[in-house]
Design a protein around this ligand. Structure first.
Ligand code: CUA
Length: 362
């Protein structure tokens, strides 16, 4: 009894007796099918294996290099394994029917220490090179500066050269290196546009740098990639890539909008930016964590309980003083802080409402 150490179900032939091999083969096939099914899915808005610009081409180069290298190593190792299984399938046995133990083979041991070290160095050199490339902005003819500031729960974009500011949507021209400074107003966030570059953290009290460059016009999806609180999953944004002419037109349109609307509306816009209202309430109709302000004024609003209300001065004032009293249908409750008299006076709120009233549906 004490001498018999066979496992249940294991015949005299041991592990070579078919069943285990078949189970392993099925697992290997499933794993291969899952891996292959992931290939070709590059149209997804946040796919990291789709190329959208020069920075991502650098990452793609390392990706391919590693992938091809890993495939070669895999074939070599598995080939050697299969060869060994076949070549040494019959070996002298001890009296108990087990293989004779083998001790020490200096050449082999040196080989399997040196080869992985060489492989790691071969992987390390291009990886470090690309990391350095992504850190420092290329000195091109076309470079534009943008500051990205993380807030709970939105990104603020500042364009110092154009003297503009947006939230949630970053507007850039094509074929231009965007030199980005990243900071945070509160906690750690992470700025990530999968098709344009990897992630870089927005850290309070420190400025990180990165750059992106988009080859062609279009909309690129981005996402905060560092858990930053209850609104983290909703902290999405977009990068709108324009042709240079369209970008210049957009800049002009923003300046015209700021100039129109009268003095009170301009003060309201200032207050809305200072108090970060426009982080959650977009002014261009796009979707964010709160209802957009475009077309809001005097519109009919459906509340969470199904009733409707007109978004007039009284409603908007109440929504700033006590945001959770009447929440729009489909938007989260308890996210917006209340603003009392010391933060926004009645005059301030009137100015903000004057600004909102200029944002009619276009
Ligand atoms: Cu910001 Cu997660």
């Amino acid at each position: 009894m004490g001498m018999d150490r066979r496992f249940p179900g294991q015949g005299p032939g041991g592990f070579h007796s078919g069943r285990l091999f078949r189970i392993l083969a099925i697992f290997a096939l499933i794993a291969m099918a899952l891996t292959l099914s992931a290939c070709g899915v590059t149209d997804d808005p946040q796919s990291t294996i789709a190329q959208g610009g020069r920075a991502n081409e650098r990452i793609w180069f390392v990706y391919n290099f590693l992938w091809i290298g890993a495939a070669i190593v895999f074939v070599l190792v598995e080939g050697l394994l299969i060869y060994t299984l076949y070549r040494f399938r019959r070996q002298p046995r001890t009296a108990h029917g087990r293989p004779v133990p083998v001790h020490g083979n200096t050449k082999l041991e040196i080989a399997w220490t040196v080869i992985p070290a060489v492989v790691l160095v071969a992987i390390g050199i291009p990886t470090l090179q690309v990391l350095a490339d992504l850190e420092s902005t290329p000195d091109d003819q076309n470079v534009m500066k943008v500051e990205v500031i993380g807030h709970q729960f939105f990104f603020e974009f500042r364009y110092p050269e154009q003297e503009l500011q947006t939230t949630n949507v970053l507007h850039i021209p094509e074929d231009t290196v965007i030199d980005i400074d990243l900071t945070s107003a509160d906690v750690i966030h992470s700025f990530w546009v999968p098709k344009l570059n990897g992630k870089t953290d927005n850290v309070p009290g420190r400025t990180n740098t990165m750059w992106i460059e988009a080859d062609e016009p279009g909309t690129y999806s981005g996402q905060c990639a560092e858990f930053c609180g209850t609104g983290h999953a909703l902290m999405k944004f977009q990068v709108e890539v324009h042709t240079q002419a369209d970008f210049d037109a957009w800049v002009q349109q923003q300046k015209d909008r700021a100039a129109g609307g009268g003095e009170e509306a301009q003060r309201g816009q200032q207050l809305a930016q200072e108090n970060n209202c426009v982080g959650c309430h977009t002014i261009d109709g796009s979707q964010a964590i709160g209802p957009t302000w475009q077309g809001l004024y005097n519109s009919e609003v459906t509340l969470a309980d199904g009733s409707t209300v007109t978004a007039d001065d009284a409603y908007i004032t109440e929504s700033i003083r006590n945001p959770n009293a009447k929440v729009h249908e489909g938007f989260p409750s308890g996210v917006m802080p209340a603003f009392d008299e010391s933060q926004l006076s009645d005059d301030d709120i009137a100015a903000i409402i004057a600004f909102i009233s200029t944002l009619s549906e276009e």
